[in-house]
Design a protein around this ligand. Sequence first.
Ligand code: G3P
Ligand code: CA
Length: 295
Amino acid sequence: MKKILLLIVLLLTNGCAQPLSEPPPERKTLPENDFLIIAHRGASAYAAEHTLASYEMAIQMGADYIEIDLQMTKDGKLVAMHDRVITFNNAQQAVTDVTFDEIQLHSPEKAFERNYLDYTLPHYDDLRIVDLEEILLYFGDTVNYYIEIKSPKKYPGIEKELLKQLREHNLLDRTDIIPKVIIQSFDSQSLKDIFALEPSIPLIKLYTFEKEAHIPTEHLNELTQYASGVGVNSIAVSKEFIDLMHNKNLIVHPYTVNDAQTMRFLIDLGVNGFFTDRPDVANWVRSETNRLENN
Ligand code: G3P
Ligand code: CA
């Protein structure tokens, strides 16, 4: 009788037991000692932003990453563009309301200010807006991509389409020394969606602070569930903030830093790289810092 009772108890307890669930995926962390130069919209001080020429120049100038702002056109193309609204045919239209072919009527060169004439060579004239597919076909795995998902709520499905293209170009699940792809966004839900679909990609949560950078503890704890770091407007960054982020294994990439003096100041504070329109200056300052450290 005892044996039968024991059997019944075992059957009942096994039957009621919760199925063993998979442990949640771990976020990707990035090494603090890698100092990354992120070419903001390419070498956008020297060539019209988000053009192949701007990206190419950035790589030649020693950038570790080309930064791409990504939006989706009416016909579902992932287009490299910063502004949500563009002007063509003397009218303003949202990117989401025009097709990729229509966008070609807009010249990226028009808005470009030629401040550094030594670099703006004639062959960088007549530039076009490009989509992600063209960028990936052009550069393949020869460069690293730091991709911002812009206004994802306006572009339902942008995360899945982005991951599909990255997979098709064999840019995920790699063993490179620094990650081939980093994804950034101001939208935490978009980053969480990416994390749920592809937790191997390092994710950077972007912030703009009006005063000194500060992330409330509750939010910070949530961030450490999926993010590898934060991107912060450079004037808001403090030593305390950087130290707190590092304590949480989050790297810090300020934006957008274009003068050597501010670059040196931020390096001294302990940032892990920065976004810059002038990757040549950043590369020079990084080399100088390394030389000084090694002497
Ligand atoms: O992605 C970092 C920085 O580029 C965010 O600002 O407006 O230049 O995309 P924005
Ligand atoms: Ca950006």
